[in-house]
Ligand binder design. Structure first.
Ligand code: ADP
Length: 454
């Protein structure tokens, strides 16, 4: 069990009487310190050594103790090796320390055969960060150990006491630390519980708030719906009531201006003309209001049927030609690609397109107003584009609000009800009405309708 070459001993001692146990212990600690073992390991080795020394003294009348630095075959690192060669053969050639814990104090504690003799060997690794141990250093250590005088048994007892006190101190400080840690842990636990409770309460409060908010929202939307319904009802009633007297005024004015009636002075004829045109404007406003109110209250029921877009476009081409009075503006109604059919309400659809074309003609001074149809998958895109004044982007949604007219364009007559009405109708037909426009570059209103109806 020896290495190829047995290391030179650093120190040798004889263990024969009780006092030698102290000596072995003390010298063991000195050697351990000299080769670079850490303080705790020095104490461990010294303790193990004194235990084994006591056992051997009692069982085999002592031993020859040899300290040496060896090299661990597995790691190539130095180890401190202590061999105790028994004075008499070990019983059965075996050795078991009295206390089982002793073996744990060192890396190796075993009985080995060394050059025919049986020795008890213990060893402990020298830590990697300890100073190197070249042969010169070992020779120096050997000299130092040889010249240092061993202390008395009393000295060793005192040293042992000091070590014990230090170890006890360490244990106590560990226990104190543990107590502090425990207290901190309990504190933290209490804190976490408090936080958790607080969060739970806040969450509950927030939930209650959200529920209340939803209830309020529901109530508000019900109120809004009711308000919108009464507005539609009011508009319908007022416009209905206004229609009869306004129509009467127009009829009477026509009668007054009739050549068969009493002749009027030129001034009277002019004034009657004014009355007629104002009443005419009023009637168209009343009619549009009535239409819108009807659409909003859902009282318009589309008359669903197969609609031929070519027929609708042809009709629009004919009726709107009369409106396109400016020679600088061309009205183009492009022929839809065949088969140009969809399920819809022909009258309502024609009303929407007429409205959009009418606006195009109103707001375009030169260029063209074009109606075209395009099929995309299962829907139709009917677009009315013009090269007119255009609409600023921030007003693209506002023009669909009732009575809204883009400021500055007021010299063109109108009510501001056409677009909201058109959008309502398109919605009833299951589609959408969108606008894209740039001021000065014209506008495009696009009606998208599903081919199969709403
Ligand atoms: P009206 O034409 O009777 O004023 P609408 O609801 O049809 O009412 O249109 C609202 C406003 O939107 C118009 O007053 C006009 O300012 C703007 N507008 C509508 N169509 C066009 C268009 N083709 N080009 C430019 N502006 C338009």
């Amino acid at each position: 069990m020896t290495g190829p070459t047995a290391p030179d001993p650093l120190l040798q001692l004889a263990l024969r009487v009780e006092q030698d146990i102290f000596l072995v212990r003390q010298r063991g600690r000195e050697v351990a310190a000299a080769v670079g073992l850490e303080h705790q390991d020095q104490v461990r080795l010294a303790t193990a050594l004194s235990e084994v020394a006591r056992d051997l003294l009692h069982t085999v009348d002592g031993a020859d103790v040899t300290f040496a630095v060896d090299v661990d075959a597995a790691t190539g690192r130095p180890v401190l090796r202590v061999d105790l060669a028994p004075a008499r053969p070990l019983p059965d050639g075996r050795y078991e320390p009295q206390s089982g814990a002793v073996a744990r104090l060192v890396d190796v504690l075993a009985v080995v055969a060394d050059e025919g003799d049986t020795v008890v060997r213990m060893s402990r690794r020298v830590p990697a960060h300890a100073p190197a141990l070249p042969p010169e250093r070992l020779a120096q250590l050997r000299d130092e150990l040889a010249s240092s005088a061993p202390g008395t048994a009393l000295d060793e007892l005192a040293a042992q006491n000091t070590q014990l006190i230090a170890a006890l101190d360490e244990v106590r400080s560990h226990r104190d630390e543990l107590e502090v840690l425990n207290a901190e842990l309990q504190e933290t636990n209490r804190g976490v519980m408090a936080l958790y409770n607080q969060l739970t309460e806040e969450l509950e409060a927030t939930n209650r708030g959200v529920v209340a908010l939803y209830a309020e929202l529901d109530e508000k939307s019900a109120q809004l719906r009711a308000a919108s319904e009464s507005k539609s009802r009011f508009l319908a009633n007022v416009s209905h009531e206004l229609r009869a007297p306004v129509t009467a005024i127009i009829g009477l004015a026509r009668l007054l201006a009739d050549p068969a009636s009493d002749p009027l002075t030129a001034e009277q004829a002019r004034q009657v003309g004014l009355i007629r045109s104002s009443a005419g404007d009023l009637l168209s406003l009343v009619n549009e209001l009535l239409d819108l109110a009807k659409a909003e209250s859902g009282r318009i029921e589309p008359n669903w049927a197969e609609v031929d877009l070519r027929a609708v476009f042809g009709q629009l081409r004919g009726t709107l030609r009369a409106l396109a009075t400016r020679p600088e503006v061309e009205l183009v109604v492009a022929e839809p690609p065949a088969p140009a059919t969809l399920r819809s309400d022909e009258v309502l659809l024609a009303q929407v397109l007429r409205n959009l074309l009418h606006n195009g003609l109103k707001f375009t001074e030169r260029g063209e107003v074009r109606l075209r149809a395009e099929r995309r998958d299962d829907s139709w895109r009917l677009s009315v584009s013009d090269t007119g004044v255009g609409i600023p982007p921030e007003l693209h949604e506002r023009v669909f609000e009732e009575f809204y007219q883009v400021p500055g364009a007021t010299r063109v007559v109108g009510t501001g009800l056409g677009l909201p009405y058109a959008r309502r109708l398109v919605k009833l037909l299951g589609g959408s009405l969108e606008l894209s426009s740039e001021p000065g570059r014209g506008s495009t209103f696009t009606v998208t309708l599903p081919e199969g109806g709403a």
